[in-house]
Design a protein around this ligand. Structure first.
Ligand code: ACO
Length: 432
């Protein structure tokens, strides 16, 4: 707690509110005593300016384009780590030693299978079901197949059997949901493949056409998952914390997070970006049509993949993803007209005063879909890929929320009521 305080004057009475300071120097008004002291609540729709908790997991500075997990710059992590190493960091607070990483890799292999009875569930989803609905449903059912262990041994820091299971199994469920979606036989996880290579193999291996895992795809997937692994109190993470604060376990909380991520303003944006780029392509690259529509205040249309609630400069993840995108397409010798369209759109936006004055830059979703397309991952799986990446962040926040008395209070925002105050009840026979 900082020694500084803030004075709030309401109707001539001065109230003193504490100021709290983050480890990086940002200050916040602590309004927890406001209602008790003054009878007032704060109104902040969309939580634009509300800190919901204190957290030690991820730091971001949206004006400088800084993103750090547990103090490490995202650029260093993306350049030097594999995804599960970063998952380990998010969950335990420390990068693993070589021995710890080996153990964690072993756990990813050991827990990769899902109960055979769960596989029957896949059969009963209608054809063309959304892989996101399958994912959230299946994660919910893990609760029954693999009951969470309250008092399990803690093999390494914050890691438990339940978290290792969930991390490994989500990857299997994601790949199985794709195979079921296209009606192909399931491909089981292999013990000799790394986390990302295993996922790609489960997605693309076929009995008559064995899949060769391209090293560039493994590199790119590791980077993409790392760059999506956490992003402090975003919509889905806040959902995980809020649902978890009601006292439910990890699986239902994560299942709720998956549903929140699905939305086109959040994780679903990577799908919407591709649809938008395809639309521009079909319209003979009529950029002006799309840009004017997005700028029209009477039209709700937005250019998906631009803008971010927190970043008011270039999203550091988007910068790295753009580099990965170019590397993947070059190495795989893939030509995708959507990449040229994306680059041209970004160029035009960067010179358009409407977007410049509102600090609208490409976000994490703008180039990621083009990489997934080059890898052969279909559009309806993009948000599932995001969920795979975001899982360690969700779990870390759920754990942190549960371990801190203050932030594990049940989440319960207030409101400013604007409805009818009171009126006499009218019996049904008198209602006309
Ligand atoms: N295209 C056109 N105009 C935009 C866009 C956009 N993509 N994004 C914001 N604006 C405009 C708004 O119309 C508004 O203009 P105004 O001041 O004239 O009214 C101004 O910029 C500020 O926008 P807000 O809606 O206040 O910004 P907010 O922080 O609420 O929204 C959001 C952030 C939801 C990401 C928004 O930029 C958006 O809808 N982007 C497109 C969807 C998208 O890409 N989502 C993925 C985000 S990343 C993620 O979740 C992983």
């Amino acid at each position: 707690m900082s020694k500084e305080t803030a004075q709030l004057i309401i109707d001539g009475t001065t109230y003193t509110l504490p100021i709290v300071e983050s480890t990086t120097g940002e200050k916040a008004l602590d309004v927890r005593s406001l209602l008790r002291q003054t009878g007032y609540i704060t109104l902040d729709s969309g939580y634009m300016n509300t800190g919901s908790c204190e957290s030690q997991i991820t730091y971001l500075d949206g004006s400088k384009g800084i993103l750090r997990y547990r103090g490490y710059d995202i650029e260093d992590l993306a350049a030097n780590c594999v995804f599960i190493e970063v998952a380990y960091l998010l969950l335990t607070g420390e990068l693993p030693t070589a021995k710890e990483l080996d153990r964690f890799k072993y756990d990813m292999t050991r827990y990769a299978l899902i109960h055979e009875d769960m596989i029957h569930f896949f059969d009963h989803f209608p054809p063309n079901s959304s892989p996101m609905s399958i994912l959230s449903t299946m994660v919910g059912t893990l609760h029954d197949f693999y009951p969470e262990m309250d008092k399990e041994e803690d093999p390494y820091g914050g890691l438990t059997t339940t978290t290792a299971r969930l991390l490994s199994k989500l990857r299997t469920i994601a790949a199985f949901s794709y195979k079921k979606n296209i009606g192909h036989p399931l491909v089981y996880p292999r013990a000799d493949l790394s986390y990302c290579a295993n996922f790609l193999n489960m997605m693309f291996d076929r009995p008559n056409m064995p899949y060769k895992v391209e090293p560039i795809n493994v590199i790119a997937l590791n980077k993409l998952l790392i760059l999506h692994a956490d992003h402090e109190q975003n919509c889905s993470t806040s959902t995980v914390r809020l649902v978890g604060s009601a006292g439910v376990g990890l699986y239902p909380s994560i299942s709720a997070g998956i549903n929140a991520l699905w939305g086109p303003l959040h994780g679903g944006a990577n799908v919407a970006v591709i649809r938008m780029l395809e639309g521009i392509y079909r319209d003979g690259e009529d950029y002006d049509k799309y840009i004017s529509k997005a700028k029209n205040p009477d039209d709700p249309y937005r250019l998906t993949g631009f803008g971010h609630r927190v970043y008011k400069t270039y999203d550091p993840r988007a910068k790295l993803i753009k580099e990965v995108c170019q590397a993947v397409l070059e190495t795989l010798n893939v030509t995708d007209p959507l990449l040229n369209i994306a680059q041209e759109l970004e160029y035009r936006i960067s010179r358009d005063d409407y977007f410049v004055s509102r600090n609208l830059y490409p976000n994490v979703d703008f180039y990621s879909g083009i990489i997934y397309r080059a890898m052969g991952i279909p559009t309806n799986m993009f948000t599932v890929m995001f969920a795979l990446g975001r899982l360690p962040g969700w779990i870390a926040h759920w754990q942190e929320m549960n371990s801190d008395k203050e932030s594990s209070r049940i989440g319960r925002p207030r409101q400013v009521y604007k409805g009818i105050t009171n009126r006499p009840f009218v019996k049904i026979e008198d209602r006309g």
